[in-house]
Ligand binder design. Structure first.
Ligand code: CFM
Length: 471
């Protein structure tokens, strides 16, 4: 069994695989080797990947709500990393403003250090309430050799608050995934542990790897709090600089996105001995399991069962109703990375099966988790480009495509029901109550009246005298 995309470069065959009858990976180049991932994009391939800067500024650093988010580079880098991802907080400073040193041609020729220093001083004077300045390096300023670390030190002495310099120049890694890593390391090195608060933190946790997309945290924070746990920091949805400084006090790290944020949990384990558990906060079984694992750590098992029972009783009638309408549908999920494997179980709880899976920047551990869960014959593709996605939608005809805004109109044009899994058109989708929203949006997409019109059109015309003669 082999699958080749016709509209693709021959080198891409190693990024395409089927799950064989023996449960093993069968790659598009005919070998049984595992799907190629986290490697440089094939030259000539119009990849949808982001850069290291995008992963650092857009994903990990950007949600910090009271830091000035300053890009050291051209205006375009700042503009295109601003405002697209709805990582919400209880204040909107981080979403409302973006800052940039605005490097132009002259600065590239003569160096941009002075301009960067000036930008930090100006921005911090303009917004005195900000708790820190986050400076993100870009390709252009890295290539000319600006010493941003030194400028950050000088600026810190002048403005009297942390200036955190992220060495996240775009070309540094093969995708945004490297930017997550740089973001984790830099925040850990420069902020975590810089304050030693007094108090009892024996029942405290950090929630690591949630970014509060469309208020996801509202669906699960109250559940951990209902167990009697105190949440110190979120990494990094709805987080403040001060929370990050004391996150080393937590008794347990709860790690949700295991692509973008395991790094900081690992560093905390090494330096402070903080234990961590990996969880999925989407879907009924996974959310319940996350609460049980957290409760088991603190000896709060009985309370966890009460909380779970209460929540499941609330949502079960809705889930049952949706399952009847969604049962048997075949899904194509394409996300950045872990959401693909986080959602396979959730979709099964709604009666649906994932038959095609793709990630933009998943690593081997993500693909292993995907392969373990998908059924035999399912297709997996790493870092697909638009012609490949188009071919998959046409040839495999999934009932539903869960993907992002970049693919939305392609799906609509090809007549495939679509749900936005990155930024959620409605949301939130996490936790127990979020799952009802997710099911509702899937149902709306699948049963939109427009499909009836399309299907009527697609029906072959009744045979007439003329038609029979080829008119
Ligand atoms: Fe983690 Fe994310 Fe994701 Fe991610 Fe992203 Fe995202 Fe995503 Mo879009 S941090 S890896 S870099 S779960 S922005 S909130 S939805 S691609 S699968």
């Amino acid at each position: 069994m082999q699958f080749k995309c016709n509209q693709t470069l021959p080198e891409r065959a190693i990024h395409i695989a089927l799950k064989g009858p023996d449960g093993k990976c069968q790659r598009g180049d005919g070998t049984g080797c595992f799907i190629a991932n986290n490697v440089a994009t094939t030259p000539g391939d119009m990849t949808e990947r982001g850069c290291t800067y995008a992963g650092c500024r857009g994903v990990v650093g950007g949600p910090v709500k009271d830091a000035i988010q300053l890009t050291h580079g051209p205006i375009g880098c700042a503009f295109f990393s601003w405002g697209y991802r709805p990582h919400l907080a209880d204040s909107d400073f981080h979403m409302k403003y973006t800052f940039v040193s605005d490097m132009n041609e002259t600065n590239i020729v003569f160096g941009g250090e002075k301009k960067l220093l000036q930008s930090i001083i100006e921005a911090s004077a303009e917004f005195p309430d900000a708790k820190a300045v986050f400076v993100y390096n870009t390709c252009s300023t890295a290539l000319i050799g600006d010493d941003g670390r030194d400028v950050a030190k000088q600026a810190e002495a002048i403005i009297g608050k942390p200036v955190v310099f992220f060495e996240c120049e775009g070309f540094r890694g093969v995708s945004q995934s490297m930017g997550h890593h740089v973001g984790n390391e830099t925040i850990f090195r420069q902020l975590v542990g810089s304050i030693e608060p007094e108090g009892d933190f024996s029942r405290s946790i950090n929630i690591i790897g949630d970014y509060n997309i469309k208020n996801d945290i509202r669906t699960f924070e109250y559940l951990f709090e209902a167990l009697g746990l105190q949440i110190i920091a979120r990494f990094t949805g709805n987080v403040s600089v001060d929370d990050l400084k004391i996150m080393h006090k937590a008794a347990l790290n709860i790690v949700h996105c295991q692509r973008s944020a395991t790094y900081i949990a690992d560093m905390m384990k090494e330096k402070y001995g903080t234990p961590s558990i990996n969880v999925t906060l989407w879907g009924i079984r996974n959310m319940a399991q996350a609460l049980r694992a957290a409760a088991a750590f603190f000896g709060l098992e009985t309370r966890a069962e009460e909380v779970i029972a209460h929540e499941v009783t609330r949502i079960q009638p809705y889930i049952d109703a949706y399952r009847q309408r969604l049962h048997g549908k075949r899904v194509f999920i394409y996300q950045g990375g872990p959401r693909v494997w986080h959602w396979i179980e959730l979709l099964r709880e709604l009666g649906m099966e994932t038959e095609t899976a793709a990630t933009t920047f998943g690593h081997t551990d993500d693909y292993e988790k995907i392969f373990n869960q998908i059924p035999e014959g399912a297709l997996v593709i790493d870092n697909p480009n638009v012609p490949e996605i188009e071919e998959i939608l046409n040839r495999r005809r999934p009932d539903l495509f869960i993907s992002g805004n970049k693919e939305r109109y392609l799906a609509y044009k090809l007549g495939v029901p679509f749900v936005n899994g990155h930024t959620y058109d409605t949301g939130p989708y996490a936790g127990f109550v979020g799952m009802v929203n997710f099911a509702r949006d899937i149902d709306k997409a699948l049963h939109a009246p427009v499909w009836n019109i399309l299907h009527q059109r697609a029906r072959p015309a009744p045979a007439t005298h003329h038609a029979a003669h080829g008119f």
